[in-house]
Design a protein around this ligand. Structure first.
Ligand code: NAD
Ligand code: GLY
Length: 366
């Protein structure tokens, strides 16, 4: 089936920072995927202990035709390692192997590797080119696209970072074959997100094709990755640095980041926090009178079917509020939520804390 799927290209239009997202099975081993990268003496592949044994040698073999030297750095796996220590390990390797300011960085892994490699590329010698090779569903549909790069701080998710675009994104659908089922579900959270915020018909499509997606049907996955990237490209093309519209991509993330930070990084997966956070944000949309009650039930159903948690951990209402006040969207300590006001249309606004507390009571474990 894989070989019947043809190459999908989704362009990201950002003037001189424009690039293509290539989506297909088998991309890693196709010479054409790697053609036309910036010329340099060296490339540095950044990966982790889980992904490197699976895919690093294949990427190295392709890059060998384009660069005289291929350096590598293999980091420990996990959200809890998305920090200064890992970032320093990338910079140390670049300097220790005398990589110059043309060196091309290649991020081979999920969103954690992609976000950290992008940040390293943004700051090394004030900026070197980088390629995203996302190997999780979440990174193929979201994190590898659009140029947000970051590391975490103990007090908040993704609090230190930069906007810095890759020169190419290679989403090889075959890499999803080795992904644990829990990680597939986490990726589906970000796929589901695009429906309510931007495309009601896509939400219908996800509901109709969820079983195929959970079974990793490549045709279904190809459409999910393509449509997600198209919507993200449309948003990022209008608001690269999140002065407004781009914030809609954070539907479910205000609650979700609070869960991730509150429990400690790596306890819940990012996509699990987002899935449960979307249930909470949907419930808040209903309680604010923006959407009918059926919307929250529908979101809870689809998120549950995707194998994601729909009930949040009991961190305590005050702790949730405290964590959400340091969210990047908060202004002057006032929490701002991405809410749904019509299917396919999101809005950013604040909400009375008493109502948010009600939602937290309703959506967290007893
Ligand atoms: P991840 O990078 O931790 O990957 C999940 C797990 O899957 C890891 O254990 C990883 O080693 C493993 N893995 C990766 N590819 C694999 C493969 N093909 N086969 C087997 N195992 C594989 O997590 P993620 O869900 O990809 O990304 C989450 C991160 O992305 C979070 O840090 C989040 O903040 C960030 N994010 C960033 C953006 C953005 O716009 N930059 C958007 C969404 C999320
Ligand atoms: N995932 C949120 C964004 O890229 O803006």
């Amino acid at each position: 089936m894989s070989s019947q799927l043809s190459l999908i290209t989704v362009p990201i239009a950002l003037a001189e920072r424009s690039y293509d997202i290539l989506i297909a099975p088998g991309l890693l081993d196709q010479a054409a995927s790697w053609q036309g990268l910036p010329k340099a003496a060296a490339a540095l592949i950044v990966s982790n202990e889980t992904v490197a044994p699976l895919y690093l040698e294949r990427v190295r073999a392709q890059l060998a035709s384009h660069f005289q030297r291929i350096e590598t750095v293999v980091l420990p796996d996990g959200e809890e390692h998305k920090d200064w220590t890992s970032l320093n390990a990338i910079i140390d390797q670049l300097l220790a192997t005398a990589c110059d300011r043309k060196t091309v960085l290649v991020a081979l892994g999920g969103g954690v590797i992609g976000d950290m490699t992008g940040f390293a590329a943004a700051v090394y010698m004030r900026g070197v080119p980088f390629v995203q090779v996302p190997t999780t569903l979440l990174s193929q549909v979201d994190s590898s696209v659009g140029g947000k790069t970051a590391i975490n701080h103990p007090l908040g998710k993704n609090m230190v970072g930069a906007f810095y675009q890759p020169v190419r994104v290679l989403a090889d659908l075959d890499t999803l074959d080795t992904l644990p089922q829990r990680e597939l579900s986490a990726g589906l959270a970000e796929v589901i997100k695009y429906g309510p915020i931007a495309d009601a018909a896509f939400l219908d499509w996800i509901e109709a094709n969820l079983d195929a997606l959970m079974a990793r049907d490549k045709t279904a996955l190809a459409h999910a990755v393509k449509r997600s990237c198209e919507i993200k490209a449309w948003v990022v093309g209008q608001d690269e640095r999140e002065s407004g519209l781009r914030a809609i991509l954070n539907f479910g993330h205000t609650f979700g980041h609070a869960i991730e930070t509150g429990l400690g990084y790596g306890e819940w997966l990012h996509g699990e926090g987002v899935g449960c956070g979307m249930v909470m944000a949907s419930e808040l949309s209903v309680r604010l009178g923006l959407m009918p009650a059926e919307f929250a039930s529908r979101m809870r159903r689809v998120i549950q079917r995707a194998g994601l948690p729909t009930i949040g951990p009991r961190l305590g209402t005050e702790r949730y509020l405290e964590l959400m006040r340091v969210d990047k969207k908060a202004e002057g300590g006032e929490i701002r939520f991405v809410l749904i006001e019509a299917l396919g249309k999101a809005v950013m606004r604040s909400a009375p804390e008493a109502l948010v507390a009600e939602v937290l009571e309703h959506c967290t474990a007893a």
